[in-house]
Design a protein around this ligand. Structure first.
Ligand code: CP3
Length: 344
């Protein structure tokens, strides 16, 4: 199926675009009343994510309502631990919780490399429905968590400010850590390949907890696995978003990803200097900027567009949109990107 709007794909590949493509991390779910209406009828997030028709419906909502230049499949990065044998719960207003965590080598023996055909078909089924419904309108983004970020949840058992248990495991038992990271990596490559086979046009890897590691730990416990993922997937463009990992930009630039996502603490011009001209940059407006008045959003967005320039750039926020941000503010941000970059 040929894409009618392929701005995102062209920007990722470094081709010319008439204007800057724009989408938002965490655009599916959270902010739209239309999402909440679907969600309310169900027992919770997991039931929604595991019902392909409904997951497809909420994936399409931001394309219809916000008119973003891409859809991102409605799911979560934590489907991988579950498919490996470590189920999660989503606790209302608190976030993910793992009843069991990985503490010892014998816990590791209970896990398996995920088989997407057996345990993640609800995601690939949803992708197929979305692709059909989109009919080439915009590209569909597939995604997964980075091995380190997934490891962090599997050891910690849920969200944390410090992820101190997960970091402690890297120091205390590097061998167990590497084994688990390798199992997650093997699962993730299979999973991303399954998403691509089902129709994902581009993929993004979220390393949300990259910023809490020391540079040496990142070199040892995140980068080698991110490299395997990048090298293991070669038929669609790939994005890596490593939040708060300033120190890792030079190393990430050497990996086989087409696009590097930036959070709002990273300066566009300095980041471009570090990354060089060979990659696309994505980001990086502070999500909190969307609480401001429209004219402030306009000004901040235009400044961002000027700093990144039009070539090899995808507009986005510097992290996921917050749940209580008004959809009107999000729409305003999207409109400013579209209008200003068309004139740039
Ligand atoms: O981007 C999208 O719109 C697609 C869907 C998507 C979700 N999670 C749905 C979701 C994506 C891309 C994710 C990624 C994700 N999940 C990340 C990486 C990106 C980031 O934010 O750093 C992480 C770390 C998670 C883990 C996770 N899932 C947490 C910490 C939480 C609770 C807090 C929160 O962010 O809402 C979730 C729950 C979750 N994932 C919800 C949704 C729509 C809310 C659950 C609900 O509706 O009850």
């Amino acid at each position: 199926m040929e894409l009618k709007n392929d701005l995102l794909i062209r920007a990722a590949k470094g081709e010319e675009t008439e204007r800057t493509p724009v989408w938002l991390m965490r655009q599916a779910g959270r902010i739209l009343p239309e999402y909440r209406a679907v969600r309310e009828k169900l027992s919770g997030f997991i039931e929604l994510a595991q019902t392909p028709e409904l997951a497809a419906e909420v994936t399409l909502q931001p394309v219809d309502i916000l008119e973003v230049d891409a859809a991102i499949i409605f799911s979560d990065i934590l489907v991988i631990p579950e498919a490996m044998g470590l189920p999660y719960e989503m606790v209302e207003k608190r976030g993910p919780h793992f009843p069991k965590t990985i503490k010892t080598a014998s816990d590791l023996d209970q896990l398996r490399v995920a088989d997407p055909e057996e345990s993640l078909h609800y995601v690939t089924d949803a992708i197929k429905i979305v692709k059909k419904a989109l009919n080439g309108r915009v590209p569909l983004i597939g995604f997964a968590g980075a091995p380190w970020t997934i490891f962090a949840y599997m050891i910690e058992g849920g969200g944390s400010k410090t992820f101190s248990k997960a970091k402690a495991m890297l120091y205390a038992d590097p061998e167990l850590s590497s084994k688990l990271l390798q199992m997650i990596t093997d699962s993730t490559i299979k999973y991303l390949k399954a998403q691509i086979a089902a129709g994902a046009d581009i993929i993004q890897v979220f390393d949300s907890w990259a910023g809490i590691l020391s540079p040496a730990q990142y070199e040892a416990f995140s980068l080698p696995y991110l490299k395997q993922i990048a090298d293991g997937i070669d038929n669609v463009p790939k994005t890596i978003f490593a939040k708060d990992a300033h120190y890792a930009l030079p190393s990430l630039s050497k990996l086989n990803y087409d696009t590097i996502g930036l959070d709002w603490t990273m300066d566009p011009v300095k980041s471009r200097e570090i990354v060089g001209k060979g990659k696309t940059l994505q980001g990086n407006l502070d999500p909190c900027a969307l609480y401001a008045e429209d004219k402030t959003i306009t000004q901040l967005t235009e400044t961002m567009l000027d700093s990144f320039g039009k070539k090899r750039y995808i507009a986005n926020l510097g992290h996921g949109v917050y749940p209580d941000i008004s959809p009107d503010k999000v729409k305003h941000f999207i409109n400013v990107v579209k209008e200003y970059s068309s004139r740039q």
